[in-house]
Design a protein around this ligand. Structure first.
Ligand code: ADP
Ligand code: UDP
Length: 236
């Protein structure tokens, strides 16, 4: 598969066209951003770790009947994926209260939720990714009722599969963000990434943070946290 011109450069990844019109190459960067790009930095090795962890998780999900964009890992930080039309929604699933949920609802960080919860944000940096409900999604025409149902079903299934999987490595899945896309034949599949950039991972026993919150909150040890996740899950 030949890598062609760059189509897009985002905050964490670059996206390239390939000689196959149905596939793209995503290249993960070491750049780290937070607060909608206001805070910038570099976490050396992050790109390769996020690429490998994402691919590992997506292959586990595929084995459990979740369709994903994963095709093939090409190098430490590059992967061939199915090209999709991204549905411009951030799908956020939570098991424990943290971050914006804790702030918005006054629920102490670390409180176990009585039931996993799900919310949507509109994926739009200029608007600051505002919360959006299903009525709004339907009114604007971002997705159909059927598609929303599918996305919610997949998101909760991914949550239970990933939560259980991570517990074997003493990692608590606090919350995470997913993106879904549509294939040319109209199927909804999981796209983008599943990594310490997009998930909150806590050590089950100590509640030590093993994710991007170390960078967001200036806790230090962000590089070590990413390497620790790689070591626990992939063993490198
Ligand atoms: P952002 O755009 O938020 O800065 P990234 O730096 O991660 O994010 O850029 C990757 C971009 O690629 C995102 O806009 C994401 O929605 C998009 N993307 C992820 N997977 C696919 C895919 N399979 N097909 C098309 N676009 C994708
Ligand atoms: N998240 C993400 N991208 C975003 C916003 C959130 O990947 O643009 C992830 C984040 O890593 C966390 C979950 O979604 O795992 C919930 O984030 P929250 O809404 O609490 O936002 P934050 O506190 O990060 O602003």
């Amino acid at each position: 598969m030949e890598k062609l011109n760059k189509l897009y450069e985002g905050k964490a990844k670059e996206v390239y066209k390939t000689s196959d019109p149905n596939c793209l190459i995503v290249s993960y960067k070491d750049d780290a951003t937070a607060f909608n790009g206001e805070k910038k930095g570099t976490i050396s090795g992050k790109g390769a770790i996020n690429n490998q962890l994402t691919n590992h998780f997506m292959q586990m999900l595929e084995k459990n009947n979740i369709p994903t964009h994963f095709v093939k890992e090409i190098s430490k930080n590059e992967t061939l994926v199915k090209k999709v039309k991204i549905i411009p929604l951030e799908v956020i699933v939570r098991n424990l209260a943290a971050g914006s949920f804790s702030k918005r609802y006054g629920v102490e960080e670390g409180t176990r939720l009585k039931k996993p919860s799900l919310e949507f944000s509109l994926k739009n940096d200029d608007l600051g990714d505002p919360l959006i409900n299903t009525y709004h999604i339907l009114s604007i025409g971002l997705a159909t009722e059927f598609e929303i149902e599918r996305i919610e079903k997949y998101a909760f299934k991914i949550n239970s599969l990933l939560r259980e999987y991570l517990l074997k490595f003493d990692v608590e899945l606090v919350d995470f963000k997913l993106e879904f896309g549509k294939t040319p034949d109209g199927k909804i599949i999981l796209a983008d990434e599943i990594s310490p950039d997009t998930c909150r991972f806590w050590d089950t026993h100590t509640h030590e943070k093993l994710d991007k919150d170390r960078f967001r909150r200036d806790l230090g040890g962000e590089k070590e946290a990413y390497f620790e996740m790689l070591k626990r899950i992939i063993g490198k």
